[in-house]
Structures are given as C-alpha cells and as structure tokens.
Write a protein that binds this ligand. Structure first.
Ligand code: FEO
Length: 394
C-alpha cells in the first residue's frame, strides 16, 4: 500500500496484512487486518504509531513517498502493543534523535519491548505538542484496551487519532470507510472486533467516548478504515454495545457435561435449589449447546456452576473450552463452584474449582463430587452446595 493523503498534511503511511487469519493468538481475522500509521507534515513532521515489525521496510517506503525519513522529528505512540510498537527499535536505529511522546504506562511498555532507552516525553491529559502552524493535544484514555492507551487530537484538521478504539480487523486498500466495497462484512467485523477487544472494558469505553472531541470529523484508527461518514454511527454503536443491559434479580448459569446422567442429576438439583432462592437459572449441557451459547450464559450470570464427569483423569475438552471462554476481566463480585459425578478417580470437579478460583470468582473451599449415581442424600447435599455458592455473591 502506498502513502495516502487523507487531508492537507495528514498522510496514511500504514501497511496491509490481508492474509492474516488469527490476530493475537485468539481472534479470527477473516478479512485480514491493517497496521495503520500516520504522518503529519509541516514545520515539524510527526509520525503517529509504527507498524508490526515484519512490515518496517514497507512503512519506511510509505513515509519516504512523502518526506525523507531523517526529516521526521517526533513519534507519538498512542498505544504500545507490538502490532503498533514493533518497529520502534528499527525506527530508532534509523532516526536516533527521534523524540517519542506517550503516556507513563506507554513508556514502561516501550522500554520493556525495545530493551533500550530513547528520548521520550511522558504526556498527560491536556498536554500539547506545538508543530508550528498546528498544535496537537494528548487525551489519555486508559484501558482502551491497555493502561497506556490515549488519543491524539488535531483540532486544526478536526482529526482524532484513536489507535485501536473504533477500529476493525478489515483490509481494503482505499483506507476510507466511504470506499469500503463490502460494507456488510465490515459491519460484522467491526462488531466482532469490539466484542473481542473492548467487550471486557465497557465502562472504559463509555469514558473514552466522552473524551472524543465532538468536533472530530475524521477518526484515524490503527486497524481498518479511517472513519469519516461512519464516525458518528460507530460512536453510537460503541455507546450501545457498552451500555449495561438492565436486569432484574440475580441469575445463575449451570454448565455441565454428563456421560451417563449422574452429573446431569446433580445439575438439576442445583437448579432447583437456586430457583427456590429466587435466582433465575439456565442450564446448558455442553454436548447439546454451542460453545458460544455456554460462554454467553457463563459470562452473564451472577452465579456460575460448572459440572463435569471425569474422563481419563481429566475434564472433557468441551468443558475446558467453556472455561477458556470466560471473561476473566469481569468476574469480580460473582460466585462460582464446581461439581460432578465420577466412576473411579474423580479429578474433574477439583480441577474445575481450581480454575474458577484462578479466574477470580468467589468460590467455596471445595468442589462437590459424588461417586456414580447420586442418592437422595447426595442430591440434598448438592442443593446445599449450590446455596453455599450463591451465598458468596457480593
Ligand atoms: Fe492493535 Fe492493542 O493493538
């Protein structure tokens, strides 16, 4: 991709990665992605973000379509995850006097990533950078989605640089929302990106939206198209997606795997106990419901009970997959417990209990397990266990 003039003196100098299919190990990217970076030219020349290290040479070629690299004065790093900071070391080798602007958290990340020192100015809310002819303003917006995140505001051009915020893993070479060919695909990827990257940080999303300058006419993100005609729509969607859905009363999710119906009987007993407490309870058998459906109820419920038979001394993969889909950022104040019937060794409930504790749920001291077919006494004990988990709710 070549350098693209977005406005007078505002250039896109990022790169495309259309073949990427998994971003950050965990996130499918069906349409590839782009590592966006920007160059502001004038009396002083400023880069905003670098690119993934594999694309450094293409990034430099794009910059040099506009100005020689040695004429770049500053580098602003709104966020320092290596998909944006990966070329900082190489850039410093070519431009050793380059002055970097980032937040305090960003400075630490950059030092840890580059293992070197460099000229850096830590910025805070309201700090500005005079470029001669225009002044940039820094707007820290922490936890979008790292502690280091900030926006950079260019009021003269009405452009805000938001890094990951409002982005999408989407790859079309025009780099503009107004020129997207497959708008439906982009809309789907924009939502998926939001869910994966910002879903766990909803309250910070609301704070970030309130910090975006209302006068902004263009949002230069770090992935996917630059937003102009869809900027207000995107902000409204982020507002909608990050607004908590009001719910009445407490809810519980019981997710289980049962080989011969014994663990299922325990799940049913637990559900009865929780319903008797006025807690609306949904049960999902992992072999009958999709992983997404199981993860959804687990991530929404106040009380989570996970039940499993033990197969060859382990928890079946389908149950581990559910626990691997728990939003570990938002378990505070929620309670969870593990249970299961077993035939000979019975490790699964204890393993699940350990994992739920690691996810920072409030958990009772022990998991609950029963040897083979639950008796009435076992079912009563299961009910007591479910009540004890619910009692841990804050
Ligand atoms: Fe695109 Fe959080 O990095």
């Amino acid at each position: 991709m070549s350098a693209i003039a977005l406005k007078e003196g505002v250039w896109s100098v990022g790169v495309l990665n259309p073949s990427l299919r998994v971003f950050d190990i965990v996130m499918e990217s069906k349409y590839g992605t782009s590592y966006n970076a920007y160059l502001l030219t004038g009396e002083k020349n400023v880069l905003i973000e670098t690119v993934h290290t594999d694309y450094f040479e293409e990034y430099v070629e794009n910059i040099e379509q506009v100005i020689p690299l040695e004429r770049v004065d500053y580098l602003i790093m709104n966020h320092n995850e290596p998909d944006h900071s990966g070329s900082v070391s190489k850039l410093l080798e070519r431009c050793p006097d380059l002055k970097i602007f980032c937040t305090a958290a960003g400075k630490k990340h950059l030092e840890d990533i580059t293992n070197r020192t460099f000229p850096v100015q830590v910025v805070k809310a309201g700090d500005t950078l005079d470029l001669g002819g225009k002044t940039l303003e820094f707007i820290p917006a922490p936890m979008l989605h790292w502690a280091d995140s900030m926006f950079t505001w260019d009021p003269a051009d009405k452009v805000v640089f938001t890094c990951d915020f409002l982005g999408a893993h989407f790859c079309e070479p025009t780099m503009l929302d107004s020129k997207i060919h497959d708008k439906a695909a982009y809309a789907g990827e924009r939502h998926f990106y939001y869910q994966c990257i910002f879903g766990p940080f909803a309250s910070y999303v609301q704070a970030g939206l309130s910090k975006l300058p209302a006068e902004a006419e263009m949002a230069c993100t770090s992935h996917g198209p630059v937003l102009t005609e869809t900027l207000e729509e995107c902000k409204a969607l982020y507002r909608q997606w990050s607004t908590p859905v009001p719910k009445e009363g407490k809810t519980a999710a019981i997710i289980y795997a049962s080989a011969y119906g014994c663990t299922r009987a325990l799940a049913q007993a637990a559900a009865e106990a929780l319903e008797e407490m006025g807690i609306r309870t949904v049960q999902h058998d992992v072999t009958m419901e999709s992983l997404d459906a199981c993860a959804a109820i687990a991530n929404e419920a106040d009380v989570v009970l996970v039940g499993s038979a033990t197969i060859n001394r382990d928890v079946p993969k389908a149950v581990w997959d559910v626990l691997g889909s728990i939003d570990a950022i938002n378990t505070k104040g929620r309670a969870a417990g593990a249970f299961g019937a077993y035939g000979w060794s019975g490790e699964a409930p204890g393993m699940l209990q350990t994992r739920l504790g690691q996810l920072k749920f409030a958990t009772p001291a022990e998991a609950f397990r029963v040897l083979f077919t639950p008796t009435q006494s076992d079912l009563d004990a299961m009910k007591d266990y479910a009540r004890s988990v619910a009692a841990l709710l804050k």
